[in-house]
Design a protein around this ligand. Structure first.
Ligand SMILES: C[S@@+](CC[C@H](N)C(=O)[O-])C[C@H]1O[C@@H](n2cnc3c(N)ncnc32)[C@H](O)[C@@H]1O
Length: 248
């Protein structure tokens, strides 16, 4: 990966291992306040974006969520055969309780939980109708490898949907960086009551995240068809990418 020394271990293609380990511990520290900070910093749009992604699955589908975190998306996806993957044991521990409880209340079987990174998914080829990544793609160590692994586990004709930070171009990215380094820091400080809250470090994943065009190109190179990637309106704070694995 290019540009490592200049960017402190981060670039649009990924994050080096040392920095990623620090990032993972910051993500784990964010668990108690994760949903509240997200809701405040996105004006409540996070739940709209999650619903938008959920609507890509229909009942009975086999669905994988890559980077499920504490289960904020997974708990509300109904009537699917669900697998939740995350590298963090702490995240999976919280997700398992939360997601299984919601599923049990709906009379559904528990989900499956897999501790792994997107770049090395310990699951069979051609397994899933849908793979969803919400706010985890920007944390991948190696984005191309993650996209390749997701492609491998998708069934032919299956679809990947990613929802992550919105960055239409570098100018839009600059506005996002200002937002992340000012308003989001104040919100996180207010919610956590801590000076050294984890969002201080988490802002880096936004700063070095690539543009929509960068990741559309990467998805096409990996082999996804009918690739789309655009800002979600009205605020343009998030982007949604979609791509299909060819039928043959
Ligand atoms: C910000 S949370 C997202 C949680 C959830 N998907 C949501 O909708 O809010 C990002 C998650 O991505 C996970 N993650 C980080 N690197 C990853 C990787 N290489 N492969 C898969 N997941 C990763 C983190 O452990 C974390 O739980």
């Amino acid at each position: 990966m290019a540009g490592r020394s200049a960017t402190g271990g981060y670039d649009p293609s990924g994050i080096d291992l040392d920095e990623w380990e620090i990032l993972e511990s910051q993500l784990e520290e964010s668990i108690p306040n994760y949903d509240r900070v997200n809701t405040l910093m996105t004006f409540g749009q996070d739940s709209v974006w999650r619903r938008n992604v959920r609507n890509h699955a229909t009942p009975g589908m086999k669905v994988l969520e890559v980077g499920c975190g504490p289960g904020s998306f997974a708990e509300d996806i109904e009537n699917v055969d669900l697998t939740c993957l995350d590298p963090s044991g702490e995240m999976l521990k919280v997700a398992r309780v939360r997601v299984n409880k919601a599923r049990e209340n709906r009379g559904e079987e528990p989900a499956r939980y897999v501790q792994a990174i997107a770049e090395s998914i310990p699951l069979d080829d051609n397994t899933f109708d849908r793979v969803f990544c919400l706010f985890s793609f920007r944390d991948f160590q190696d984005k191309r490898k993650g996209l390749e692994e997701i492609f491998r586990v998708l069934k032919p004709g299956g679809q990947l949907v990613i929802c992550d930070a919105g960055k239409a171009n570098w100018l839009h990215g600059l506005a996002g960086r200002i937002w992340m380094s000012t308003v989001v820091q104040l919100i996180a400080r207010y919610v956590t009551k801590e000076k050294n809250h984890p969002w201080k470090g988490l802002a880096k994943t936004y700063s070095h995240y690539g543009t929509n065009g960068y990741y559309r190109k990467l998805m096409k190179e990996v082999g996804y068809e009918r690739v789309q990637g655009r800002l979600l309106m009205p605020f343009g704070m998030a982007s949604r990418f979609r791509g299909w694995k060819p039928e043959n």
